[in-house]
Design a protein around this ligand. Structure first.
Ligand code: FAD
Length: 392
């Protein structure tokens, strides 16, 4: 892959709205991605390997639990800082951002929000430092968009719970030390359980042959009569609202992260268009290429403003799930369209690993599907504005 020459677009001077702390955090993450992620990420994706060597760096830039209080090892930052960190990481690669999102919002968040004080103290510092990595098991082979139908379940055996079932499409599963698993009790109510690697009957086979998110490890979580200690149940929230609360936090991060992928594609395409000469002039001088680039920067700017306002609302505790859905859907769709257009600007070079665009484009096919598909988020907005449920 070519040297990383990224320069972030800021067409509406959004930096003026950020605090000095926001900019410091963002710039530190940006510099880390340039130094430690860009040089290795193409090879990791080609080899379909999550680059574990970057785990300490992710922890250092605050990507594991940015908004988790410092007393539990988190960075104690606000939601806009969290968003900016996700933006910068996904500028490097959506797979790396996925690893950080899962660790922060799908593993640390439920332990922090729904866990006991003992669970917080036991797990959060190790997850914040990256000593332990986590995964989040909600999706099942027969229950994706409709997780309430899940069949993974546990029985109360007196001194422990007995867990059975299987989860599919689980990010970080092949190497996770702990998994936050959503399962039904004997009354059919959904609860979260912390399952640790090494528990008998728990296995995590890897899913191969992905053309997308290749630098992120994906796999299954299989539970065959796993004895889970009773103290591993998350005591403070149950029902589908519990995993959905985690997804709100992760989707918020994705709404920002997708901007990073789009910025990288735009910046690469703009530079290429200025340098590539055809018919005696730079292709940037042709109206058709200018249309693509002008529309890209317009859409990126709109997405930046949407994410920033959502961040303000989230900081105030006023962001609704439906508002988060709208931002996730809009910004990922924006990014995937920009990736496709940017790839065309690079012509044949666009399909190679010399540039990041094709990798972003393929990654975003997962991002537009996970954490609620593009269609599902539209239905959430539809339900919110009409009061009519079009899901079933
Ligand atoms: C790389 C990757 C990583 C992932 N990581 C995780 C993870 O860490 N943890 C986890 O729990 N899950 C994870 N997922 C799973 C992801 O969240 C699901 O793939 C997603 O929720 C969609 O479920 P599905 O694939 O079963 O599709 P389905 O639910 O079968 O949907 C198929 C299609 O039908 C549409 N559809 C479904 N229902 C409706 C409806 N009511 N009306 C209209 N259209 C509908 C969908 O929009 C979609 O287009 C991951 C997925 C991928 C690809």
């Amino acid at each position: 892959m070519r040297p990383d020459l990224f320069e972030a677009p800021d067409y509406y001077n959004l930096d003026d709205l950020l605090t000095e702390e926001h900019k410091l955090i963002r710039d530190a993450a940006r510099a880390w991605v340039k130094r430690d992620v860009s040089p290795i990420i193409e090879e990791a994706a080609q080899n379909a390997e999550f680059p574990k060597s970057i785990i300490p760096g992710l922890s250092e830039i605050g990507a594991f639990g940015p908004y988790i209080p410092e007393e539990y090892g988190g960075a104690g930052l606000d939601q806009i800082s969290y968003g900016l960190i996700m933006q910068e990481i996904e500028r490097g690669d959506s797979g790396v951002r996925s690893t950080a999102s899962v660790q922060s919002s799908l593993v640390m968040y439920p332990i922090w929000k729904y866990g006991s004080e003992e669970q917080r103290k036991k797990y959060l510092p190790k997850l914040a430092s990256g000593e332990w990595m986590g995964s989040f098991g909600l999706t099942e082979p027969d229950h994706g968009s409709n997780p309430s139908g899940m069949i993974t379940h546990y029985k109360d055996m007196g001194d422990h719970y007995l867990l059975n079932g299987a989860k599919l499409w689980i990010s970080n599963s092949p190497f996770c030390n702990v998994a936050v698993v959503w399962a039904k009790n004997e009354e059919g109510r959904i609860h979260g359980l912390i399952v640790e690697r090494g528990m008998e009957g728990f296995s995590t086979p890897e899913t191969h042959n992905k053309w997308s998110l290749r630098a992120s490890a994906t796999g299954e979580l299989i539970f065959q009569d796993v004895k889970v200690p009773k103290e591993n149940l998350l005591p403070n929230k149950s029902g589908l609202g519990a995993p959905l609360g985690c997804l709100d936090s992760a989707r918020f991060g994705i709404a920002w992260g997708a901007i990073g992928a789009a910025m990288d594609c735009y910046d690469t395409a703009l530079r290429y268009a200025k340098e590539r000469i055809q018919f005696g002039k730079p292709i940037a001088a042709f109206q058709l290429q200018q249309k693509k680039l002008a529309e890209m920067i317009t859409e990126i700017t709109k997405a930046q403003l949407l994410a920033f306002r959502l961040g303000q609302l989230k900081n105030e505790g006023r962001a609704t799930s439906a508002q988060i859905s709208m931002a996730k859907r809009n910004n990922v769709d924006m990014a995937i369209k920009i990736a496709r257009e940017a790839r065309q600007i690079l012509g044949g070079m666009g399909i190679t690993g010399e540039y990041s665009i094709m990798r972003h484009m393929m990654n975003l096919e997962s991002v537009i599907t996970y954490e609620g598909t593009h269609d599902i988020h539209l239905l959430i907005t539809g339900l919110d504005i009409t009061g009519e449920n079009a899901f079933k």
